[in-house]
Design a protein around this ligand. Structure first.
Ligand code: C5P
Length: 299
């Protein structure tokens, strides 16, 4: 008997970052949109906890206890006084270290899958609590759709979305470490007065209306200068997307994946083709959002 959960990637359509807090984290106004690129996490009873991974980037995924999927299984097992004796297999399609919450997706997926496998029947609130312990983006991976994340990004308010948005994602030749990007943010704002992060009302209105032009005018990412500072070549990818006719382009979260908003599915394909031939990225994917959160698809 095994259980498989499908979990989406995310793009941050707004990422407003405040000054570093005493605990080192940053208060955020983080507008998440789940998009239709998915990892699938399958859990099967086993003698001991074991993680395997397959997919184009599988060799970059840690298979030890630092993997968020392993930590999720241990956290749930710990709460219910049982052994985390499962084989977790991750069929990975979300880019690794890309700023699209791939690791968080696996944490949320393993948590939901183990809950179903073990019949722990944890409440939604309890699952969200465990997600928040695992990482700032993990609660959103469970919930999906669109949401405003405040605090360090883990306190979620669901958002209304009035239509589907069509995106192109360009994967970079190497990854970026999220803590390193936040440290670079701190360095770049040193001595400056960093405002409190607040969600943009025009952006929330654009999401609610499902209006890609209005969303394009409102997207922003305060981590983008830091990501570009650590990875200057990303500017070439952004420029290639602009030339190809994207409505808006931005670094996804802490990067280095770049995200391009397009008017419709057809133009997304055209922008994807142009980016593929631009020589400025490793690979290109097309995906629409919002997408549903972690969902049991088998078991
Ligand atoms: O929460 P998570 O473990 O995913 O965060 C990874 C790292 O990103 C943190 O260790 C911290 O350096 C940085 N971070 C932050 N402020 C946030 C979220 C993450 O500084 N709100």
């Amino acid at each position: 008997m095994s259980v498989t959960v499908r979990v989406p990637a995310k793009v941050n359509v707004q990422l407003a970052v405040g000054a570093a807090r005493p605990d080192g984290f940053h208060d955020l106004a983080n507008v998440f949109l789940a998009v239709g690129l998915y990892d699938e996490v399958t859990v099967t009873p086993a003698d001991t906890l074991r993680v395997t991974c397959a997919g184009p980037d599988a060799d970059q995924v840690p298979l030890d206890r630092t993997n968020l999927a392993a930590r999720a299984a241990e956290a749930l097992a710990g709460r219910y006084g049982r052994e985390a004796a499962v084989h977790i297999h991750i069929a990975k399609d979300i880019p690794v270290a890309g700023g699209m919450a791939g690791g968080s997706a696996d944490g949320a997926g393993a948590l939901l899958a183990c809950d179903a496998l073990w019949g722990t029947d944890a409440s939604r609130e309890e699952l969200l609590d465990i997600c928040a312990e695992l990482g700032s983006d993990v609660p959103f991976s469970l919930v999906g759709g669109a949401a405003l994340g405040t605090g360090r990004g883990e306190k979620l308010t669901p958002l209304e979305v009035g239509g589907s948005f069509h995106w192109v994602f360009a994967m970079a030749v190497r990854g970026l470490s999220t803590p390193a990007v936040f440290r670079e943010f701190d360095r770049l704002v040193e001595g400056l007065d960093v405002p409190e992060p607040v969600a943009s009302q025009p952006l929330l209105d654009a999401l609610a209306k499902g209006d890609p032009d209005a969303l394009a005018a409102a997207v922003s990412n305060d981590l983008q200068p830091a990501a570009l500072s650590l990875f200057p070549e990303l500017a070439d990818t952004l420029a290639a997307g602009r030339e190809a006719g994207a409505l808006a382009m931005l670094v996804s979260g802490s990067g280095p994946t770049t995200a391009f908003l397009t008017p419709d599915a057809e133009s997304a394909q055209a922008v994807a083709t142009a980016l593929r031939t631009s020589g400025t990225c490793r690979s290109v994917r097309v995906a629409a959002g919002p997408a549903p959160g972690a969902t049991v698809i088998d078991g």
